[in-house]
Design a protein around this ligand. Structure first.
Ligand SMILES: *Cc1c(COP(=O)(O)O)cnc(C)c1O
Length: 435
């Protein structure tokens, strides 16, 4: 038996008092096996575990760490805010400042409401859409993740467009049935749904580039079709940019795709909070003004627009200039090329997919991944082997084959070289797993 590490004892202690030892399931390493690393601190491109071991990090807190971990100016902004008090339950000017920064990047977000999590943001966007349209039905795409509220934890049944079945215990079937699940990138399915039930649909919520089933970019014209159909039938279009927003470009996916589609509502999270619990709903003023206190759609939050969180968000957006995005684009291109090269050399069939600077690699398949069904044909065991071989060499990849890899502005050439040096061993491990 190998000696127990600090991570093993930390995990055992946490499991005794926290379900599964974690406060969010993917952290438990369930799909890759092994003991999750308990993090003590992080800096730049590194996270350090409780044993003091450093890992080159490609998780980036699942997105927020755009600038790298613990950027000194973001930390200073949070510290300065903390000295003035942690929470007031009254408005602060920093909230208006952050909403202005959001609008400057995404002018369609004429007004924004700040909340604490992406889950709250999407939940509120959907309530707004229902309030605005007087309709109940919500359309989402299989494989897209929009947080863990009841109506969004639904699974597709068989068939092209299906009434949602509860995707989690505890979700009432009648709630799930208010969500219709359609395959991503399938124009025929969404057209058929609108032809049949268009007058009942309150909103289509989409990841405008899907990044929670691995990276699955929209096919050309797909987002445009969503706009066309929603507009024609009086439904709203919600771009859930919680993951891609302020990451793939200064104006998120909407900016990256050329501002060709005008969604009614956006949801933001992750980067917009700079690592603190903060997210936002933004959109046309006439829709946003339906929120209480102006309108009949209720939404509230004791810690919404928290001063520490707004300080982190403001500092992050101010620091995320064109040079930051160029650095991240370049790092992503270099790293993904190195991954592909190592896999090719080891003879591992693979499919690399990009959405701007986000990428992921599907092992064991080479055909394009356009839908969740396609993504499920990847070789999960090969990823497990690849993941652990990287971790053993001090590189922390997302602990699931269905996640994007996150680079940051701190991933400079020396960091990329160090990650690249670990790739051949991991690619060989993946090759063995495929057999
Ligand atoms: C992470 C994520 C969410 C949920 O955000 P939380 O802050 O984890 O609640 C919603 N939508 C998308 C696209 C996400 O990636």
């Amino acid at each position: 038996m190998a000696a127990l590490t600090g991570n093993d004892t930390a995990f055992a202690r946490a499991q005794a008092v926290i379900p599964g030892g974690v406060d969010s399931p993917v952290r438990a390493f369930g799909s890759v096996g092994g003991t999750p690393r308990f993090i003590d601190h992080a800096r730049g491109a590194y996270v350090y575990d409780v044993d003091g071991r450093g890992y080159l990090d490609l998780v980036g807190s699942w997105g927020p760490a755009l600038l790298g971990h613990a950027h000194p100016e973001v930390i200073a902004a949070v510290q300065a805010a903390a000295t003035k008090g942690l929470s007031f339950g009254a408005p602060t000017l920093a909230e208006a400042e952050l909403a202005e920064l959001i609008r400057a990047r995404v002018p369609l977000a004429e007004k924004a409401r700040l909340v604490s999590t992406g889950t709250e943001a999407t939940m509120t966007a959907i309530r707004l859409a229902r309030g605005a349209t007087g309709r109940d039905l919500l359309v989402k795409f299989a494989g897209c993740y929009h947080g863990h509220s009841d109506g969004l934890l639904v699974a597709a049944g068989s068939g092209l467009a299906t009434a949602g079945l509860p995707g989690s215990a505890g979700v009432p079937a009648p709630v799930a049935a208010q969500t219709v699940v359609v395959p991503y990138n399938d124009p025929a399915a969404i057209r058929a749904l609108f032809a049949e039930r268009g007058d009942q649909i309150a909103a289509v919520i989409t990841e405008p580039a899907a990044a929670n089933m691995g990276i699955v970019p929209p096919e050309p014209g797909f987002n445009e079709l969503l706009r066309e159909l929603t507009q024609a039938h009086g439904a709203l279009l919600i771009y859930d940019e919680v993951l891609v927003g302020f990451r793939v470009s200064s104006a998120g996916w909407w900016g990256y795709e050329g501002r060709t589609v005008s969604p009614d509502l956006f949801t933001f999270g992750k980067v917009v909070g700079g690592g603190m619990p903060l997210a936002a709903i933004g959109g046309r003023a006439e829709i946003m003004d339906l929120l209480a206190p102006l309108g009949p759609v209720y939404q509230a939050g004791t810690l919404s627009g928290n001063p520490l969180a707004t300080a982190a968000g403001i500092a992050t957006l101010q620091l995320a200039d064109a040079a930051v995005y160029a650095t991240i684009d370049d790092a992503s291109a270099r790293l993904s090329a190195a991954v592909s090269e190592a896999l090719t050399t080891a003879g591992v069939p693979h499919r690399l997919q990009h959405a701007g600077s986000l990428f992921s690699v599907f092992l064991g398949i080479e055909t394009p991944v356009r839908t969740y069904v396609d993504a499920q044909t990847q070789h999960v065991g090969a990823y497990r082997a690849f993941f652990h071989a990287m971790l053993d060499q001090g590189v922390a990849l997302p602990p699931s084959a269905y996640e994007a890899w996150f680079v940051s502005a701190a991933h400079d050439q020396a960091i990329l070289d160090a990650i690249s040096a670990a790739l051949p061993t991991a690619a060989t491990a993946a090759a063995k797993a495929i057999g």
